[in-house]
Structures are given as structure tokens and as C-alpha cells.
Design a protein around this ligand. Structure first.
Ligand code: FES
Ligand code: FE2
Length: 340
């Protein structure tokens, strides 16, 4: 069990076993990722029924998202309650859900409807024959789901909601999605994101835009915010981190959402979703050339991945002015890992 001192001036970072021992990688599935919220789809993408994996190749939790006639969105287990076949394998416009194995039917709300050749089966059907409802919540057009949430979505996003209340979500359009593979533990990628300390050392071009002296970090219950200003004291970017793995980066042109998806303890996929609401401002300021910044971050994170395997390294200390976000993240990691 790890403990991170609440006083950043006294604290030491999380020990390297957290990143190198398979046990903690496995524990994080149950203790962190099953209890927090994941972005699963955008509302306009749901026409009728769509299969989705909650962090594919990691949580292996097949779910489906359906929209019924009244427009109500449901997240349901995508596993047939008879013998376990995956129900919906591709996006479909259907009235109800019918299993392709032995024909069990469900409504779009997951209710058991019928099953051939089951006459005479005792105490059937029961609640257990319905599809399990998976908690889901919607914020703007973003649909989030969680297997067993420790807190409502609002506890994670309320500060982001307040800060972005004048942001134009109405005209936000998804223009591209892109995946990057990083040979590093998912948490190493997150903690690099959580401090601007490295900007002058790692990001030469970004450093010319952002005023390092004026960069701020605020931490909240389950999120944190870094704000970057330019030399004229104008806000260039709001970088919101929603624990444990979502980054909402607000720029004058729109939003870059980056989701950190663990695959193996030393392999992570970063999914970039780029949304634009003002094309005239694309390619300007801190939100220009994100690809270069991403490559610079990946190189440094992959280097840390090699370093934490060293028998001469176990943990370090924090800068009280520059690493509050990383300290806060480590505190949340340990809290979730070892809570009931
Ligand atoms: S597994 Fe679905 S009907 Fe048999
Ligand atoms: Fe960076």
C-alpha cells in the first residue's frame, strides 16, 4: 500500500512498483477504471443501436448504446443473458435486439421480450434475463459510462462546467479522430500532462507562446485545471484533467479531447478527438501544431518508462509550485487503489 503525504513539501512521488508490477496494473482496472467515468460516444452518433467497448483490450466490458423511440439513451450489457453471445456486433437501425445465436429478443431498453423453445422452463423469465443497465450520463453531447461509479459524473466535471460556461458547445463539430501508441504506462502519460514544469525544457515552440511565469494549476475533488496565458496575459488554453484519464483541452478554435487508454502496463493508446467551433482561429497560438507537442511528450514519457525500471530509482520529490497537478493525481491514484 502506498501513501502520498497531503503536504506537497513533505511528499514523495508514487513508488516505481506502481508502474512496473502487473499486480497494480490489474488492481487499477477494478479500483480505478471501473469506478470512474469513461467517454463512450457523442449523442449525435447514436441513431439506434451501437456496440462499444469500455476501454477495449483493457476492461473487456462489451456494452451497447441504444436510443429508444422517445430518444432516451441507454447503456446496456452487450452480452446475451442466455449463453453469453455478444448481441450487437455492428451499428444497426433496429426495432429491438435479437441474439444471433438462439433468437432471444430484448427491447431497446434491455427488457427480455421472448425466447424460442423455452416452454416449461420454471421461474422464467426473471429480472436476470433482462440486460444489465450500465450507468451513463450525458454532458453537452458527450456520453459517459461507468461500471460502478464511486461518484456521480458531476463530481468529476463540475469545475469544468463552470469554467467553460461561455464556451460555444453548440457549434462544436468533430473534425478528426486519431490514435497514438505510446510505449509507456498510462499513468506516466497522465502525470506528464499534469505539469507545465517541463514546457521550457521539452516544448521549445510552445514555450515561445506560453508565459511560463504566468502558468497556473488548480486542483479540485476529481479534476484539475492548468491555464496557459500568452505574453499579453490572454488565456491561450484551459487544460482540464478529469480523473483518471481524460484531458479536455480548450483552445480559441475549439476542443481537443485526449483519452488515455491503457493496453498493457508498458503500452498505452492516446485517442485524440478534435472538435472545432471557430475555424478562423485554427493553427494559432498554443493550440497550433499539437502533433509536434504530442511527439515531444511521447518521447519524454517513453524515456521515463525506461528510467522507472532501473533498480536505482524508486521515487522522487515534487516542486511545490509546479507539480501540484501530479501530486494531486498521485493522491487520487492511491486513494482509489486502496479504498473499499
Ligand atoms: S446465447 Fe443468445 S439466445 Fe442463446
Ligand atoms: Fe508536454
Amino acid at each position: 500500500m502506498f501513501q502520498i503525504n497531503s503536504d506537497i513539501k513533505k511528499a514523495e512521488t508514487i513508488p516505481s512498483e506502481f508502474y512496473t508490477d502487473e499486480k497494480y496494473f490489474e488492481l487499477s482496472k477494478k479500483q480505478i477504471f471501473s469506478k470512474t467515468w469513461q467517454f463512450v460516444a457523442l449523442k449525435p452518433q447514436i441513431n439506434n443501436v451501437k456496440p462499444i467497448d469500455l476501454l477495449p483490450n483493457f476492461l473487456d466490458e462489451p456494452i451497447l448504446i441504444s436510443k429508444n423511440e422517445k430518444g432516451k439513451i441507454n447503456c446496456l450489457s452487450n452480452v446475451c443473458t442466455h449463453r453469453g453471445k455478444i448481441l450487437v456486433e455492428c451499428e444497426k437501425n433496429i426495432e429491438g435486439i435479437r441474439c444471433g445465436y438462439h433468437g432471444r429478443r430484448f427491447s431497446l431498453d434491455g427488457k427480455f421480450l421472448s425466447m424460442p423453445e423455452f416452454e416449461g422452463v420454471e421461474k422464467f423469465p426473471t429480472e436476470k434475463d433482462n440486460l444489465c443497465q450500465i450507468p451513463n450520463e450525458t454532458w453537452n453531447d458527450f456520453i459517459f459510462s461507468s461500471i460502478k461509479p464511486s461518484y456521480p459524473l458531476l463530481n468529476f466535471i463540475s469545475e469544468m462546467e463552470k469554467t467553460t460556461n461561455s464556451f460555444d458547445f453548440e457549434n462544436l463539430r468533430l473534425i478528426s479522430t486519431k490514435d497514438y501508441e505510446v510505449n509507456a504506462h498510462w499513468a506516466l502519460y497522465c502525470e506528464n500532462y499534469l505539469e507545465g514544469f517541463h514546457i521550457p525544457f521539452v516544448h521549445k515552440s510552445l514555450n515561445e507562446i506560453l508565459d511560463f511565469g504566468n502558468y497556473t494549476t488548480e486542483t479540485f475533488q476529481l479534476s484539475s485545471l492548468q491555464t496557459g496565458y500568452n505574453g499579453n496575459n490572454e488565456i491561450e488554453a484551459h487544460y482540464f484533467f478529469i480523473f483518471p484519464n481524460m484531458m479536455f483541452n480548450y483552445y480559441p478554435w475549439g476542443l481537443s479531447l485526449n483519452v488515455v487508454k491503457p493496453v498493457k502496463k508498458d503500452l498505452t493508446v492516446i485517442s485524440y478527438y478534435t472538435f472545432v467551433n471557430d475555424e478562423t482561429k485554427l493553427d494559432t497560438g498554443a493550440g497550433a501544431d499539437l502533433e509536434t507537442v504530442e511527439m515531444e511528450d511521447q518521447a519524454v514519457v517513453e524515456s521515463v518508462q525506461k528510467g522507472i525500471n532501473s533498480s536505482f530509482y524508486n521515487k522522487g520529490r515534487y516542486s511545490p509550485n509546479r507539480e501540484q497537478g501530479t501530486h494531486h493525481f498521485h493522491r487520487l491514484l492511491t486513494k482509489f487503489l486502496f479504498q473499499d
